[in-house]
Design a protein around this ligand. Structure first.
Ligand code: SF4
Length: 351
């Protein structure tokens, strides 16, 4: 794939202008110095906290949590010493509790394995619990000032549309890593802000200063539209026939996707929750009333028809309380889903 150098230059310059005028430099994890000069005046710990909280959560919701969290746990050492009960009040409400548990584990690894300093190497960062390539790149870029593009949906959308004509067309993210001359720590912030201000799901092309060279704009979004039209048609076919409001729930109750709790002692079986409790609040109520457990419940990850009954597949974790359920391995769950699970579990896990 060849990309015209002039087009790249135009892209970088326009983004830099946008960021100077409209960048979200007031966000507490974006000290002005860091984004404008790339001098790394924010610590790796602070970048990590912000990026973990921002996963799947809107910026406006995170700001308050971030401030309070850093006030209580101002260093990674302070966080590493905290128990789950001490940690929870500063995280509760953000959802996705696996992220929270991973934060505590990662803080302990940093303190015990790296003397309290986040490693200055992307591969080592990626080994920390809950840290993927994106968060590792963000730490390398924002805290250490290294040249890494932190790929998230915003970056993918802006780059994919501008250079290729559709957000779904970026497949090789690493290919872009050395295409831009601008320091990546500035590029990342500008792309994130641009992608959430203008190049949103329904892009505001008329207000966008990139549009004169943007392939998406030139083609009026045809490539992206044809891709999403197929998905849209498929989803409409399913929606037409089934009333999901009456769905039952198959609940996969687990601990960090390692141990799975089962409704059956001899064979793995997810919990069956009737349609009267098929919302997230309903499922929480069901488990609180029956078992005295407080759950964190994810949105349904699959919709299925099981013997013609609409069924939602939902993941949940125990937040507070002790369970007396049997425990099975991830492998048993896979075999259950494939219909090959034997009567007795192959391994017994300790709770
Ligand atoms: S012109 Fe439209 S599609 Fe292209 S970068 Fe701007 S907002 Fe995105």
């Amino acid at each position: 794939m060849r990309i015209d150098k002039k087009k790249i230059k135009f892209f970088e310059k326009t983004l830099a202008d946008f960021f100077r005028k409209a960048g979200r430099t007031k966000l507490p994890w974006r000290p002005q110095k860091t984004v404008s000069r790339g001098t790394g005046k924010i610590t790796a710990y602070e970048v990590w906290v912000s990026e973990i909280m921002l996963q799947q959560t809107q910026v406006v919701r995170v700001v308050d949590y971030y401030r309070k969290f850093l006030k209580r746990f101002s260093t990674v050492q302070a966080l590493a010493q905290a128990s789950w009960e001490e940690f929870l009040p500063y995280y509760e409400g953000l959802g996705y509790y696996t992220r929270g548990r991973n934060m505590l584990k990662a803080a302990q690894v940093v303190v015990q394995g790296y003397r309290g300093k986040f490693p200055h190497e992307k591969k080592l960062l990626e080994r920390l619990p809950g840290v993927g390539p994106y968060t590792a790149a963000a730490i390398m870029s924002f805290a250490y000032g290294d040249n890494h593009l932190a790929w998230d949906t915003n970056l993918k959308r802006v780059i994919g549309r501008f250079f290729l004509g559709g957000k779904h067309l970026v497949t090789d993210e690493a290919w872009w890593d050395d295409k831009f001359a601008t320091p990546k720590q500035s590029m990342n912030a500008a792309l994130m802000d641009f992608g959430s201000a203008l190049c949103v799901a329904r892009p505001k092309c008329e207000a966008c200063s990139l549009r004169s060279h943007c392939l998406y704009y030139q083609e009026q979004g045809k490539q992206e539209a044809s891709n999403s039209a197929t998905a849209f048609r498929a989803s409409r076919i399913i929606k037409k026939k089934v009333d999901w409001n009456r769905a039952q729930v198959l609940l996969f109750l687990h601990e960090n996707h390692q141990k799975y709790f089962s409704a059956n002692k001899r064979q793995f079986q997810p919990f069956l929750v009737t349609s009267g409790y098929n919302t997230r609040a309903g499922i929480k109520k069901y488990f609180q009333e029956r078992y005295g457990l407080t759950l964190s419940v994810r949105p349904p990850h699959q919709k299925q028809l099981r013997s013609d009954i609409p069924t939602l597949l939902v993941n949940a974790q125990i937040l507070l309380g002790e369970s007396k359920f049997a425990i099975f391995s991830k492998n048993d769950v896979r075999e259950y889903n494939e219909g090959t699970l034997k009567k007795l579990p192959s391994k017994k896990l300790k709770s």
